[in-house]
Design a protein around this ligand. Structure first.
Ligand code: GLP
Length: 242
């Protein structure tokens, strides 16, 4: 495990963008595993800047996103498809047909999970997986207690995740109760994993995930077992790890 210390959110974003840029420059046909949430926004802004300056070419890149709410249409502003389009995809030259996200509207959940695992396999697996972390240690939407060996599956969101994510919706009642997520197995098969974390509110879970026991009760703790795992975090998030 490698820990890269950043001074601030902006510095964390720059350091994460550096790693992703290097990946895309060295391997233009990379498969990037992408995340949503507020943590990666700064990283995505920097990738957009670098693309505009002519330093990054995404024309051969494929992306697979971690998760999507069940029941939200791709053009719903709270969907992760919408988030990715507005915060990254429409500003860079990635081909829309090379961007994959679970389909929140598919009625047959089992078929959708199978299809999405197939998408990842057909792409040849994930070269670099970017992750944020939830306050309860979730990665993607793998909530505490889920089995490590799962591929893509449908999860019931925990109360704390619904509470944390209600800021993106008009009210808590509007937050979908279920989501599709890549499983821990799919995440752990990525050849490189970069977890980003910023802010004092993440310090406790970062400490627990990286220094505590490896257990499904803290899904991110499994990252301790990955052979090419990098944490990029600011001083606030690393506060308890000193
Ligand atoms: C959501 C996403 C996760 C993300 C987490 C943390 O629940 N499904 O992929 O890592 O929130 O979000 P934030 O970066 O906003 O703290």
């Amino acid at each position: 495990m490698m820990i890269i210390r950043a001074q601030s959110y902006d510095d964390m974003s720059r350091k994460a963008a550096n790693i992703i840029s290097a990946q895309v420059i060295l391997h233009p046909a990379s498969v990037l595993g992408l995340a949503t949430g507020s943590s990666p926004l700064g990283t995505y802004r920097l990738l957009i800047d670098r693309h505009r300056k002519g330093d990054l070419d995404f024309s051969a890149v494929k992306s697979v996103n971690l998760d999507e709410y069940q029941g939200l249409a791709p053009d719903s502003p709270q969907s992760y498809r919408y988030f990715m389009r507005h915060n990254l995809f429409q500003h860079i030259n990635i081909r829309p047909e090379n961007t994959y996200i679970p389909n929140g509207l598919e009625a047959d959940a089992q078929a959708e999970c199978k299809r999405y695992d197939g998408v990842i396999d057909d792409a040849g697996g994930i070269d670099l997986q970017l992750l944020g972390i939830g306050h309860n240690g979730h990665i993607g939407f793998n909530e505490p207690g889920g089995a490590f060996e799962k591929g893509t599956h449908l999860v019931a969101l925990s109360d704390s995740t619904i509470e944390a994510n209600k800021r993106f919706f008009d009210s808590e009642a509007d937050v979908p109760r279920h989501a599709y997520t890549m499983g821990i197995r799919s995440i752990m098969h990525a050849r490189r994993i970069v977890l980003i974390a910023s802010g004092k509110d993440k310090a406790q879970i970062i400490q627990k995930a990286l220094r505590g026991p490896i257990t499904p009760a803290v899904p991110a703790s499994v990252l301790q077992l990955h052979g090419n795992f990098t944490l990029v975090a600011d001083e606030d998030a690393l506060f308890l790890l000193r």
